[in-house]
Design a protein around this ligand. Structure first.
Ligand code: AMP
Length: 306
């Protein structure tokens, strides 16, 4: 099925795994460079920024939309995860996507499916501790998507920092012939990290949620004045959270930006300060990188850079 997007490029929808792999093999054979952006849909400006960066990495851009049941725990929000295919297709056309891959759960995981992909160390702690089995689900689906789309480059957001580290490790360990590109976190004008789950927040909850980024920015500002003590930086990030009603902190940690190993004592950059919290029933993630000057990308905020 092909529709014409605003950029005048045809937007092809592919539903079957066989068709996707056939398209991918054909592209490989012809030497056409392909960029993949895997998502769970309910697209927002964070996803759009990945798609725009993908445009400059490949001649063909594939967006996959798949709410992956394997990465949701039994008491998580799989059934009510936001879905809006029409809006997603409009955004895909607008950003100049070529293919939207929409596999069905029953074709991704047919009866008898039994393989797990597990990145043992990096999945420990942080979200891995809060969501047992989550990163096995992520690693398994990402490896499967890479085999189906055969991209030269796949793009992931630094918003899900531990996920990006898991995928980099997976690709390295299993010699998957793909380049993994990490893309800067995109925030709303009020500082809140964009997430498909933000639609769950009431306006009062949204105010509380802003304290996550306020804390991270305070710690980053302190770091930029020369403070390198991990305890002081963590205390600065935690301060706004102590006063937040209805906000339950899951973790606030300083980790090495490359290895994700815990940092204590003095921070040697680059390090990443990561936070996860529940605001009401909504689980939110955020992070800032300390020592950004050594890193490749820069954080983006809607309506201007931070
Ligand atoms: P999701 O649909 O939430 O699974 O996200 C799909 C991809 O978009 C992942 O690589 C995410 O890290 C990335 N992403 C989600 N939110 C943001 C954001 N606010 N900024 C940058 N990338 C994001």
């Amino acid at each position: 099925m092909t529709e014409r997007g605003e950029h005048g490029r045809g937007l092809t929808l592919i539903l079957s795994l066989e068709e996707m792999q056939g398209w991918a093999r054909d592209n490989r054979r012809r030497g056409v460079r392909t960029a993949l952006v895997p998502t769970m849909g309910a697209l927002h400006a964070g996803h759009a920024s990945l798609l725009k960066q993908a445009r400059s990495c490949g001649e063909q851009v594939v967006l996959s939309i798949f709410v992956n049941p394997l990465q949701f725990g039994p008491s998580e929000d799989l059934a009510k995860y936001p879905r809006d295919l029409d809006a997603d297709l409009r955004l895909a056309a607008k950003t100049g996507c070529d293919v939207v891959f929409l596999p069905m759960p029953a074709s991704m995981y047919p009866t008898g499916f039994q393989t797990d992909v597990r990145v043992r160390e990096i999945e420990q702690g942080l979200c891995g501790a809060q969501r047992p089995g989550h990163f096995v689900g992520v690693a398994t689906v990402v490896l499967k998507l890479l085999h189906l789309v055969l991209p030269d480059v796949a793009l992931f957001g630094e918003k899900d920092y531990q996920q990006l580290a898991v995928i980099r490790q997976l690709v390295r360990d299993l010699s998957v012939p793909v380049e993994i590109k990490g893309c800067p976190l995109v925030r709303d004008e009020d500082g809140l990290a964009l997430s498909s789950r933000n639609v769950y927040l009431s306006s009062a909850e949204r105010q509380q949620a802003q304290r996550l980024s306020q804390g991270l920015f305070a710690a980053r500002a302190l770091y930029e004045t020369g403070e390198c003590g991990a305890d002081r930086l963590l205390a600065a990030a935690q301060e706004p959270l102590l006063r937040a009603e209805g906000l339950a902190l899951e973790y606030l940690e300083l980790r090495d930006a490359e290895t994700l190993r815990p940092v204590s004592g003095q921070v040697a950059d680059p390090a990443v300060l990561l936070v996860a919290a529940r605001v009401g029933k909504t689980r939110l993630l955020d992070n800032v990188i300390l020592g950004r000057q050594l890193r490749v990308s820069k954080e983006l905020r809607l309506g201007g850079d931070t």
